[in-house]
Design a protein around this ligand. Structure first.
Ligand SMILES: NC(=O)C1=CN([C@@H]2O[C@H](COP(=O)(O)OP(=O)(O)OC[C@H]3O[C@@H](n4cnc5c(N)ncnc54)[C@H](OP(=O)(O)O)[C@@H]3O)[C@@H](O)[C@H]2O)C=CC1
Ligand SMILES: Cc1cn([C@H]2C[C@H](O)[C@@H](COP(=O)(O)OP(=O)(O)O[C@H]3O[C@@H](C)C(=O)[C@@H](O)[C@H]3O)O2)c(=O)[nH]c1=O
Ligand SMILES: [Mg+2]
Length: 285
């Protein structure tokens, strides 16, 4: 039996669509602000694999709540990793492009130096380090720009704003790979199964949709596919001030995931059309 931390989040919901028989622990059953309770819930469930799809994901709010974000994104995954290692079962943990500083234009490899720009990135990095330090069978899967038909994400924000406005100003100097939560869920399941058979594949991997684009170009494709008449103006990050700094270069080198697990970068435009279909938008003819 697979145990999933998370129930209402984007990736958790897509896992539920693929493995409804898994055990999903929501906030009521396992609050990540109580790491010991998460470890206890894991031990009690005695699963064959664990996927952590829950996290503190409010990037700007984290600047004012770093201690809480670090307990949820740092200490809780560490406690889960300890309990999973005790049981000898694979632990798949999801992390983020925001652990990097975003310098340059080259894709970041999994072993590239980290340097988070904000509290959310630091809290996620703390989780990675805690999971790695345990040394159990694990995969840390860094992904980026997660979108789906559920929950809050950039696609849903653009559909809402694009229906209300004739034009939007969107940052064009942040570039990365939009990634559908459904594609992440499928990757996590494949990784968990392979790790059980081949624990030597433990490590840190990257997974993001292709090709890399700016948020502005991503918005244009969303409006194009959804048939919304909303012009997009490119702006620099400096013209869109936010509490948290975000990396300019979020490109992730995903080649080691392909080599170890045979998982390719999905075409995000294709995944986007599935999301729009789920949301009831007529696809572009
Ligand atoms: N969203 C993105 O753009 C990106 C996400 N990631 C990573 O991917 C993973 C999945 O993210 P995603 O599906 O988008 O997340 P969402 O923001 O959609 O959902 C987060 C989930 O975590 C749960 N959660 C938050 N705080 C707690 C808590 N204290 N105790 C228990 N559960 C809690 C939420 O529960 P509730 O509904 O009760 O609040 C929700 O189910 C995370 O590790 C995230 O860091 C990586 C890159 C980009
Ligand atoms: C609504 C809006 C956003 N933006 C910008 C702000 C930001 O740089 C970018 C995307 O906005 P978001 O609020 O979706 O960004 P954000 O929530 O920071 O997205 C991040 O979430 C965390 C959890 C991750 O791990 C990252 O991979 C990434 O997906 O678009 C505009 O330029 N104009 C707009 O009108
Ligand atoms: Mg967001």
């Amino acid at each position: 039996m697979i145990l999933v931390f998370g129930q209402t989040g984007q990736v958790a919901r897509e896992l539920a669509a693929r493995v409804p028989e898994a055990l999903f622990l929501g906030r009521d059953a396992a609050d990540l602000s109580d790491p010991d309770a998460c470890a206890a819930a894991l031990r009690a469930a005695a699963p064959s694999a664990v996927i952590n799809a829950a996290a503190y994901t409010a990037v700007d709010r984290a600047e004012a709540e770093e201690d809480l974000a670090t307990r949820i994104n740092g200490a809780a995954p560490g406690a889960m990793a300890v309990a999973a290692a005790e049981l000898g079962v694979p632990f798949v943990h999801i992390s983020t492009d925001y652990v990097f500083d975003g310098a340059g234009t080259a894709p970041f490899a999994p072993d590239a130096p980290v340097g988070p720009l904000g509290a959310y990135g630091r809290s996620k990095l703390a989780g990675e380090e805690a999971v790695r330090a345990v040394g159990g069978v694990h995969a840390i899967l860094r992904t980026s720009w997660v979108v789906s038909a559920h929950g809050g994400n950039f696609v849903k924000t653009m559909l809402r704003l694009g229906a209300e406005r004739d034009s939007l100003s969107i940052v064009a100097d942040q570039v990365g790979g939009p990634t559908a939560a459904g594609d992440i869920a499928a990757a996590c399941l494949k990784i968990a199964a392979r790790l059980a058979a081949d624990p030597g594949k433990s490590g840190t991997y990257h997974f993001a949709g292709a090709p890399d684009v700016s948020w502005a170009d991503f918005a244009r494709e969303i409006f194009g596919q959804a048939g919304l008449d909303c012009a997009v103006t490119d702006i620099p990050s400096a013209a869109y001030p936010t509490p948290a700094r975000r990396p300019h270069n979020s490109r992730l080198d995903c080649s080691s995931l392909q080599a170890a697990f045979g998982i390719a970068r999905p075409d995000w435009a294709e995944s986007l059309s599935g999301i729009l279909r789920d949301l009831g938008h007529t696809p572009r003819p």
